[in-house]
Design a protein around this ligand. Structure first.
Ligand SMILES: *Cc1c(COP(=O)(O)O)cnc(C)c1O
Length: 390
């Protein structure tokens, strides 16, 4: 049945919409909501796109390495290493020359740096997308949108896209792989073909922030697209660690780009742009034992996530778009507005989800639902069934 809000729920919905407007194109955090709307009880955050099991793993290491040993003090008291020192540690681990590595205070800082320093007069951005790419474009940069087609489930049509870029001749393009908000994935082979065809584009930005959740084989082996950098030096990779490692609060990410680009950025600043915690995390990340532990958790989470998507897909009011990451784009087909659905889930069931009302390039009633722990996902599925039964 169509989801309808009570007067009380409508009243709270207005307050939520107002809060959302105040936080721009990113959703207000659950902390902000809890503070501003104490009448709401949020039990599950299906808005935030992180692996909760990885956060637990990291916390365990923080406790053992820093808190129990009292090394926490030195992380707070001293300066972290400089950007180029941390670059070398990470570069050695991932097999990329340190001269090509740039450490950022979150991927968002790298996006900003790239948009402001290297993107020229024209960039092509695929929509729907992560808003920062067009929001951080300089005034002198013309943003041209390439609409991913709904009929093709928002997956990139390679030939059509390549023709579009050959016609538009931008100096820069952005590919988010897998894409946010739909989870569409471009396979390694397709990506390589695309890069060969588009050799003439000066900057090809690949945001691989969700790549750890993607897979191409039945063993869910991790996909490495970073090695393509050795073949194509017009590539700029941007990697957030916030979602796959569940550590958005630390603010850490890295970029891979040509040496002259790294030098230009470091010449301009960014000397101590990451924190002691970020350095601690990156050193841990490059530790083989930690990485093996993380990898097990990563694979377990992918399996649970794909099961969760299947359960979502079985809900008759939903169309779930194929996703190779840890969130799914869901279209509500029975006429319920996405705003009412999300409000009902939050107010009545304590589950926080994201409407996609503000996403350009999406036409319909869309929500984005993130996969959380197994138990939480079960509650989410039950609650959605109940909401439609009411
Ligand atoms: C979340 C997100 C980012 C930003 O990540 P931070 O490292 O937390 O700044 C960048 N790109 C995409 C596609 C994202 O979804």
């Amino acid at each position: 049945m169509l989801i309808k809000l009570t007067e009380y729920e409508k009243n709270i919905q207005q307050k939520i919409i107002k809060l959302k407007m105040e936080s721009g194109s990113h959703s207000p955090s659950i902390f902000t909501i809890a503070e501003k709307l104490p009448e709401l009880k949020i039990n599950i955050d299906s808005c935030f796109l992180s692996n909760p099991y990885a956060t637990a793993l990291f916390l365990r290491h923080v406790k053992e390495d820093l808190i129990d040993t009292q090394k926490l003090r030195s992380i707070l008291e001293f300066y972290p290493s400089q950007n180029n020192v941390i670059s070398k540690i990470v570069g050695d681990f991932i097999g990329i020359n340190a001269d090509n590595m740039f450490i950022g205070n979150g991927a968002i800082e790298i996006i900003q740096a790239v948009m402001h320093n290297f993107v020229g007069s024209k960039i092509v951005i695929n929509i729907p997308t992560f808003s920062s790419y067009y929001e951080f474009a300089k005034e002198s940069t013309k943003v041209v949108y390439y609409q991913l087609s709904k009929e093709n489930n928002y997956m990139l049509d390679l030939d059509d896209y390549i023709n579009f870029i050959k016609l538009e001749k931008p100096d820069s393009i952005v590919l988010i792989n897998p894409n946010n908000p739909d989870g569409g994935y471009i396979s390694y082979e397709k990506l390589k073909f695309l890069l060969k065809e588009l050799y003439f584009v000066k900057n090809i930005i690949i945001d691989e922030s969700f790549i750890h959740f993607a897979f191409e084989d039945l063993e869910y082996n991790q996909i490495n697209i970073e090695f393509l950098f050795k073949e194509f030096d017009n590539l700029i990779f941007i990697k957030s660690m916030s979602k796959d490692f569940g550590i958005a609060g630390i603010r850490v990410g890295y970029g891979i780009m040509s040496k002259d680009k790294v030098q230009k950025l470091l010449y301009n600043g960014y000397l101590w742009n990451s924190s002691g915690f970020a350095e601690y995390f990156l050193r841990l990340y490059t530790n083989k034992d930690f990485f093996d532990e993380y990898n097990k958790i990563r694979i377990g989470y992918i399996k649970e996530t794909q099961d969760f998507f299947n359960s979502l897909g079985a809900i008759e009011q939903f169309k779930v778009y194929p996703s190779k990451t840890n969130f799914a784009l869901v279209e509500i087909l029975d006429g319920t507005s996405s705003e009412d659905f999300v409000s009902k889930m939050l107010i009545k069931y304590g589950i926080y989800m994201r409407t996609c009302k503000d996403k350009i390039g999406l036409n319909g009633e869309f929500v984005r639902i993130a996969s959380r722990t197994f138990d939480e996902n079960e509650i989410v599925i039950k609650s959605i069934h109940n909401a439609f039964k009411e």
